[in-house]
Design a protein around this ligand. Structure first.
Ligand SMILES: Nc1ncnc2c1ncn2[C@@H]1O[C@H](COP(=O)(O)OP(=O)(O)OP(=O)(O)O)[C@@H](O)[C@H]1O
Length: 694
């Protein structure tokens, strides 16, 4: 098992007339840990729910494998949901069930596994999260930290490839938070799952993720490698990371510009500076002893080094400073090397594959699909070199090196914006209140009314097919055109058919009891969104959309002014064409590190270059989760206080359908959750997902 990439493009979500966010574009790189920050109410949870298909954005795409969740059929959505594990804020445990039954719930609901197998899986997951021995306890009998870990165990029970975690640290003390973060890192190492965490916790944001994003004023202001956000000079980012009062974020989510300017002015008068605290980068959490190394680490380094030249100078420096000697050798550079010299070397050695994760290809596919649906003549941009309809011309266009400026190549999830240059474009402050009517707009319609007409369903399917074709063709053609049959689309290596997990239910545990209504309606969202998706698709190219993101890319004009060209992307030495490895001497510190010649296209083919990285993907092991797990026995489980108030427990056991007996519940005198409430939640959950085949 390995994580899968999640590609989000131009996503917009409103409830009635209340816009939550617009034009959100990012890629969660496969198998990496990403964190989403943002002031309260900016729609982080809404984004999580959209990613799993619980909420339907009215515009944009969410690609997983080759499927656009916004437009796909309901049955496809159900299938894709099997890839997910979700831990919601409160763990969303059923109060009337002990931990064993809570964790077993998805397996019983969504698979046809026997009780013996279920028991084995549950015990394994309990062990992974350090809760062995707590299986008989009711949620009311355990601490907040244990609840989070039980929720995590339930999120893991169907072996998800994508794990979404909403505020894992809310309500936890710093020590428990540290344990939970360590657990997430260790799980990432063991599962190689793609993980997205929503958090307000600065320690978590600084130490846990590979990538960080931030929502503010209805837009994604940033998303990319952790070093970029952690060294950002963007006021809203600095304010958030430093937990300051002064800055764009106000008590009611955001301040208006005049108030913010007045505050800054006041601060300056007092001799202070809003940027008074130096940004710093905490070391990233490493896996616990005995846990296999995170495969994401090397993949991320390779990816980040390839886009290094597009990052702001501070982030470049931070990344270069973190390189080990081994890394320097791998990328053919020296830390002590004069930076200007390094830039000179690398400028002439642009990345062979400027789209290492096929993100640009994905965007093109989505755009092309929209163009095809648009009336003739619409959406044909000048830059649309590939996709002309002439296969030969298209192959040539894809073969051609990226047109200057090279730095226009998108980063992880940061599309190039022709107008933004290297500047920060923050969205304007604005109200986004929501009336009850607007809310019921989203949640009030029974599923059958949201199904849409047959025509809409057909349109939905057609769109899906079109996109499928593009997704299938574009990256493959691109890689082959670049010189090798070895080039493979990363996502293509994931085999959905291998899933033997039944249907995932964690996504349904939607903020506890309050969400039953939401859950019940969200199940119909697949078809309901078809019309919206079709409308979005036919509205023309997404290039028309206003953007409000901060783009980290080299600005050639600024570079000309400052003389700082940025550091061009670096591919691992071993993966470079022989001509580059043996090229001109650059007098580097390490004798074996030959300079990077300027010749392109000699020796090793680009397709072969990819294979170096691809091997990282294709070689994703499928470790036996738990086998190498090393949850700290002195960790939360040990530290959590024992359940109190329990007079002699009368454990009941019931024979399972395969004859094994397992504990069903425990009467400890602690009030258990109301079964009525649980029934309501379960009803919603069952409507949401169908029983799986396995
Ligand atoms: N189902 C819904 N119907 C209508 N409005 C909703 C719904 N779900 C969320 N909202 C609104 O969307 C906005 C964003 O909510 P969300 O919970 O995503 O914020 P958040 O950034 O996660 O906040 P916090 O950090 O406080 O958890 C809020 O104004 C909320 O009221």
């Amino acid at each position: 098992m390995a994580g899968v990439e999640v590609g989000i493009k131009n996503l917009s979500k409103s409830f009635g007339s209340s816009n939550i966010w617009s034009d959100v574009t990012l890629t969660l790189p496969a198998g990496e840990v990403s964190v989403l920050l943002g002031p309260s109410g900016t729609g982080k949870s809404v984004l999580l729910k959209s990613i799993i298909g619980l909420l339907k954005p009215e515009k944009g795409s969410i690609f997983i494998h080759d499927t656009d969740l916004v437009r796909c059929s309901e049955s496809k959505l159900y299938e894709i949901r099997k890839l997910f594990g979700v831990l919601f804020q409160d763990g969303a445990l059923f109060g009337s069930m002990n931990l064993f039954d809570n964790i077993a719930f998805p397996l019983r609901e969504h698979t046809r596994k026997g009780e013996k197998e279920i028991s084995d899986i549950v015990m394994e997951k309990l062990d992974m999260v350090g809760l062995s021995g707590a299986e008989d306890k009711l949620p009311g009998e355990i601490s907040g930290g244990m609840k989070k870990r039980a929720g995590l165990a339930r999120a893991l029970v169907l072996d998800p490839e994508i794990i979404l975690v909403d505020e894992p640290d809310s309500g936890l003390d710093p020590v428990r938070t540290a344990y939970l973060n360590q657990l997430i890192v260790d799980l990432n190492a063991q599962l190689d799952a793609t993980i997205l965490i929503v958090t307000h916790h600065l320690g978590t944001a600084r130490s846990l993720p590979d990538n960080i994003g931030m929502l503010f004023r209805k837009n994604l202001v940033m998303f990319g490698p952790r070093e970029v956000l952690l060294t950002s000079e963007e006021p809203v980012v600095q304010q958030f990371l430093q937990g300051r009062r002064i800055g764009p974020i106000g008590m009611s989510e955001e301040k208006d510009t005049s108030q913010m300017e007045a505050e800054m002015e006041e601060l300056k008068k007092k001799g202070g500076s809003a940027e008074s605290e130096e940004s710093f980068i905490d070391p990233q959490l490493e896996v616990s002893e005995g846990v296999p190394e995170r495969k994401a680490v090397q993949r991320r380094k390779d990816r980040v080094m390839q886009v290094l030249h597009t990052l702001p100078p501070k982030a470049q420096t931070a990344i270069l400073e973190q390189l080990t000697e081994e890394d320097q050798e791998r990328y053919g550079i020296s830390r002590d090397q004069d930076r200007t010299e390094l830039i000179e070397i690398t400028r002439n050695n642009p990345p062979e594959d400027a789209d290492p994760f096929g993100y640009q290809a994905m965007q093109e596919a989505a755009d092309n699909s929209m163009v095809e649906d648009a009336p003739a003549g619409e959406g044909e941009g000048e830059g649309d070199q590939a996709g002309s309809g002439d296969p030969d011309a298209d192959a040539e266009a894809r073969k051609a090196p990226p047109a200057p400026p090279e730095s226009d190549e998108p980063l992880v999830g940061v599309p190039a914006d022709e107008d933004a240059g290297g500047t920060v474009v923050l969205p304007q402050a604005g109200e986004h209140t929501k009336s009850e009517d607007e809310q019921s707009d989203e949640a009030g319609n029974p599923p059958e009314q949201q199904q849409g007409s047959d025509d809409q369903a057909q349109q939905d399917q057609d769109q899906q097919d079109t996109q499928q074709v593009h997704r299938d063709e574009t990256p493959t053609e691109q890689f082959q055109a670049q010189g090798g049959a070895q080039g493979q689309q990363d996502q293509g290596q994931q085999d959905q058919g291998q899933q033997d997990q039944g249907q995932q239910d964690q996504g349904q545990q939607d903020q506890g009891q309050q969400t039953t209504q939401q859950v019940a309606t969200a199940g119909a969202a697949g078809a309901a969104g078809a019309a919206a998706g079709a409308a979005a698709a036919s509205s023309g190219s997404s290039d028309d959309q206003p953007t409000g993101r901060h783009h980290w890319r080299g600005d050639p004009e600024q570079a000309a002014r400052t003389g700082d060209q940025g550091v061009a992307g670096l591919v691992p030495m071993a993966a470079r064409p022989a001509g580059q490895q043996q090229g001109q001497q650059q007098g580097q510190q390490h004798g074996q590190q030959q300079g990077q010649g300027q010749q392109q296209g000699q020796g090793q083919q680009p397709g072969q270059q990819r294979s170096g990285r691809d091997s990282g993907h294709s070689g994703w092991a499928q470790p036996n989760p738990g086998q190498d797990a090393a949850p700290d026995p002195q960790g939360e489980a040990a530290a959590d206080p024992p359940a109190e108030g329990g007079p002699g427990s009368t454990e009941q056991t019931a024979p399972a359908d395969d004859g094994t007996a397992r504990p069903q519940s425990q009467d400890t005198g602690v009030p258990r959750g109301r079964e009525d409430d649980d029934q309501g939640l379960m009803g919603g959950l069952r409507r949401m997902f169908r029983r799986g085949d396995s």
